[in-house]
Design a protein around this ligand. Structure first.
Ligand code: CP
Length: 335
């Protein structure tokens, strides 16, 4: 049922299948913690295609492939011909004849779709401008791990509501039965198309979707506060204007208090601009006088913040995705 399938976007899988991947994430995390071998991909070769930089996704695919007994091969944008001297179709056919699975991180969703179409092997979307599906398995596993349930919870994403993470959270939460709010200025709210996809699933799951620029209403009662960077990779925009638009949406103590709950958790897919200890962070401080952007250092380091557990869970969840779609393991009927 999972064998040979690609994971290009969240709607590629049913609610039960997504829940299976989330459950398998927990199982594989336990095997890893208890040093129990799980080489379900023994002898397989995995291509890791990265057009954009990455820490978590690259590290997670590499370690997960090694733990599963596979050999991962990193193919960066300057290492291969894709997009420069060779079409996606031709590259896909060659890689598919040599590798058993392909991870792709890049700009266009169409490239991920074409790699799957022409390679004949499972392709896993490690982030495109439209979706970030592997991130979702880690995120919802992290929520499940903390609360012991998903259904009935409320997740409020606050910040740039049109990026890949916001798109993916909106649709995945709707599929999984989690109430979801995108709290963003009107010009940074999800497209009608993305909202329509999510709405169909929300009706089926009987959950509420709210897209609003009203911060108080958006975060009140939220079990999960989630944010992401204000400028995504490859976006060329007026940075000052984006900061001015989003500064009221920063996760800080005041905004956290507006949830009305002390047990609310904070998630961020990372990397985060929470201090000036990076080149970009230092430049922002110098240019705009801000030492923190989408989340304050205090909120980032608070006991409510599970961002590093969430980051670790990228590895266990990517392992679950690869094992289910390519591994030699028994999977019960999941529909
Ligand atoms: N969250 C995430 O995709 O992190 P990286 O960009 O480091 O892979």
């Amino acid at each position: 049922m999972f064998q040979g399938r690609s994971f290009l976007k969240e709607i590629d899988f049913t609610k039960k299948e997504l829940n299976y991947l989330i459950g398998l994430t927990g199982h594989l995390k336990q095997l890893k913690k208890q040093n129990i071998p799980h080489e379900y991909l023994k002898g397989k070769n995995i291509a890791l295609l990265f057009e954009k930089t990455s820490t978590r996704t690259r590290a997670a695919f590499t370690v997960a492939a090694n733990d599963l007994g596979a050999h991962p091969e990193f193919l960066g944008k300057d290492d291969i011909q894709l997009g420069h001297k060779e079409s996606t179709e031709d590259t896909a056919k060659i890689l598919g004849s040599m590798f058993d699975g392909i991870e792709f991180r890049g700009f266009k969703q169409a490239v991920a779709e074409d790699l799957a179409k022409y390679s004949g092997v499972p392709v896993w979307n490690g982030l495109t401008d439209r979706w970030h599906p592997t991130q979702m398995i880690a995120d919802f596993y992290t929520i499940l791990e903390h609360f012991g349930k998903l259904e009935g919870l409320t997740l409020a994403y606050i910040g740039d509501g049109r990026n890949n993470v916001a798109n993916s959270l909106l649709v995945t939460a709707a599929i999984l039965g989690v109430n979801v709010r995108i709290v963003a200025p009107k010009k940074l709210q999800p497209t009608e198309e993305i909202q329509e996809i999510a709405t169909v699933y929300a009706i089926n799951s009987n959950v509420e979707i709210i897209v609003t620029d009203d911060i108080e209403a958006g975060v009140l009662g939220a079990d999960v506060l989630y944010t992401d960077v204000w400028v995504s990779m490859g976006e060329e925009i007026d940075f000052k204007a984006r900061i001015d638009d989003l500064l009221p949406y920063q996760i800080n103590a005041e905004l956290f208090a507006k949830t009305g709950k002390s047990e609310t958790i904070i998630l961020h897919c990372l990397p985060a601009f929470h201090d000036t200890k990076t080149k970009t962070g230092a430049q922002i401080a110098e240019l705009y006088g801000l030492t923190e952007l989408e989340i304050t250092d205090e909120a980032f380091r608070s006991t409510s913040s599970l961002v590093f557990t969430q980051g670790e869970n990228r590895m266990h969840s990517i392992k679950a995705i690869m094992a289910a779609t390519l591994g030699n393991l028994y999977i019960p009927n999941v529909e």
